[in-house]
Design a protein around this ligand. Structure first.
Ligand code: ADP
Length: 273
């Protein structure tokens, strides 16, 4: 290359003298402590990615871990609402401090930075990408587990997160209807391409349990996630039913009062890693 300075880590060109694959990974804030980072991804919006992320945070917190949730779903942020957080984040001269839920979960989201949390985020991709990057580089996290509620799909913000944040793994949330369109397969393949380990799949909205007899009704068909998981040689970590009680707790900002055991297996897997 004509302008080569022999520093491959800062160069985007793929020339023959490249010595190592280019890394875009960023360091977290020097004062932050982050032991493990897991991304929660989905093929498209509305399948319950934020629901799964917030429940996992609650369950890990109950096990005594310091837990943070980074709401990287900037155009559809829903984590502060689930935890009943409506105040603004505080900052120092060069850093942001996460908000704390009542149960002690650390949360950073665009909604705790905007003047009015109902303001829409109408920024273009690169700006959104740099906000998410700052959630990693500028926030003083102090956590055993950081869960990243990723933007849905395989767009450029997801790609940025995969490239910039050293993920220990991802959890893929699907719903049985979603599998038909193969968007989840794309999310799985993206993680494989980015060399990020996939912890497993969580099937949400798997069934409804009859409140009278307990019979499970599989509204969208049974076994689809298991088939997709088999194709990719991945474990299915949980089948989560549609549970109106959970939706109500999210709406009321009280997810920390949840009693569902549907994701216990996922938490055990994360703790054993
Ligand atoms: P995503 O993060 O994938 O866009 P959300 O987690 O925000 O999706 O879920 C979309 C809506 O569906 C929310 O109102 C949420 O409370 C509700 N929801 C998700 N999963 C369930 C479930 N298992 N039972 C009841 N409601 C659910």
């Amino acid at each position: 290359m004509p302008d080569c300075n022999n520093n491959c880590s800062t160069c985007g060109e793929n020339c023959e003298s490249r010595t190592a694959p280019q890394s875009f990974l960023k360091e977290h804030h020097p004062d932050a402590v982050v032991r493990r980072v897991y991304g929660v991804v989905s093929g498209k919006g509305g399948v319950g990615k934020s629901m799964v992320t917030s429940q996992l945070a609650v369950l890990l917190r109950r096990q005594g871990y310091a837990v943070g949730v980074m709401d990287a779903d900037v155009t559809g942020p829903s984590i502060p609402q689930a935890f009943g957080i409506h105040e603004k984040a505080m900052g120092t001269e060069n850093a942001l401090l996460p908000c704390l839920s009542e149960g002690g979960v650390q949360v950073m989201s665009i909604n705790v930075l905007l003047d009015d949390e109902t303001d829409p985020v109408i920024w273009r991709g690169p700006i959104i990408g740099s906000v998410v990057q700052q959630f990693w580089t500028d926030v003083i996290w102090d956590v055993d587990f950081l869960l990243v509620d990723m933007p849905p799909g395989t767009g450029d913000v997801s790609l940025n997160v995969f490239q910039q944040i050293p993920l220990d793994g991802i959890i893929v949330v699907t719903s049985p209807q979603e599998l038909v369109s193969m968007v989840v397969e794309k999310a799985v393949k993206m993680a494989e391409k980015m060399n990020v380990p996939i912890v497993g799949l969580v099937e949400n909205m798997s069934y409804v349990a009859c409140p009278d007899c307990g019979k499970k009704i599989y509204l969208f068909g049974e076994g689809k996630t298991d088939e997709a998981a088999k194709r990719h040689d991945l474990p299915v970590l949980a089948h989560m039913p549609i549970d109106p009680q959970l939706a109500k707790l999210v709406d009321e900002g009280k997810i920390e009062e949840m009693q569902s055991g549907a994701l216990d297996g996922v938490v055990e897997t994360l703790m054993s890693k």
